[in-house]
Design a binder for this molecule. Sequence first.
Ligand code: FAD
Length: 276
Amino acid sequence: MKAASFAYERPHSVSAALDLLANANGGARIMAGGQSLGPMLNLRLVQPQLIIDIAGLAELRTVDRDGADLVIGACLTHADIEDGRIPDVTNGVMRRISAGIAYRAVRNRGTIGGSLSHADPAADWVTTLTALGAGVRLTSAAGRRDLAVAEFIQGALQTALRPGELVTAIRLPALPPTARFGYAKACRKPGEFAHAMAAVLIEPDKSRSRIVIGAIDRTPIVVDDSSLFGGTLTNLKQQFDRDLADRLLMRAGVTDTADRHIHVTVLARAIAEAAA
Ligand SMILES: Cc1cc2nc3c(=O)[nH]c(=O)nc-3n(C[C@H](O)[C@H](O)[C@H](O)COP(=O)(O)OP(=O)(O)OC[C@H]3O[C@@H](n4cnc5c(N)ncnc54)[C@H](O)[C@@H]3O)c2cc1C
């Protein structure tokens, strides 16, 4: 099947893109890398009257510092991040995660803002940026607002984006050198979307941890106390409470025992990495 016909615009600025979006009365769709939107168009799951292609907007490829945070444009591609075209404020986490997304051809086009906006529960950035405590900047003709990624993602393919809004930037908090990060996912074959994934951030200096279990068909499970380790951040591997993780998954609607086993095993791997 091929896409239904649509009009196509390539605006030269963010404000021109926002004008097009506002004037389309809900009939327009933003295209960044087209890696998710392309297949959806071809399958006629979406049939917009107008595509607004923002991929070439230099304003959405900026890299700025804001104190210790790094603010990166929404149209930076996974390959930009993989290749180190943004400063490394996450001790290598961003580079490593981007390198594990799909195949290089997808990474060359797919953008970090597009991935978040699409909000596939199995997307690597959804889980990773939630674990890192990252933020997302939304801009519309009325102004801009900043949300935590955890607030932005509202469900499978659901976000807090309002009509007329664009994701324009992602805010990455700098990780202290002592922070430890673990990440694991289970895919049927390399380069494919994961059916289980987990990210573990441990900040020993602040006695703080954030555990995120992704790929669960709804918002990721976030545990930002040490309850999964019996209330302490020492001996993470030994203290990991598999039964509690299983119950959290059950409560989040993962009713299949085998699926929960895979999720808990993937989480145990991420914890082992953070603990190493
Ligand atoms: C074969 C294949 C394998 C893949 N495997 C993985 C994987 O393993 N892990 C993974 O994380 N991802 C995977 N992906 C998805 C890929 O990472 C895409 O890059 C991503 O989902 C969408 O980014 P995009 O820039 O292409 O967005 P597009 O496809 O252009 O847009 C996606 C959606 O977001 C909206 N949108 C895009 N940008 C903005 C914006 N700035 N503001 C508001 N709305 C916006 C669009 O309107 C559309 O609804 C895979 C894709 C393919 C084709």
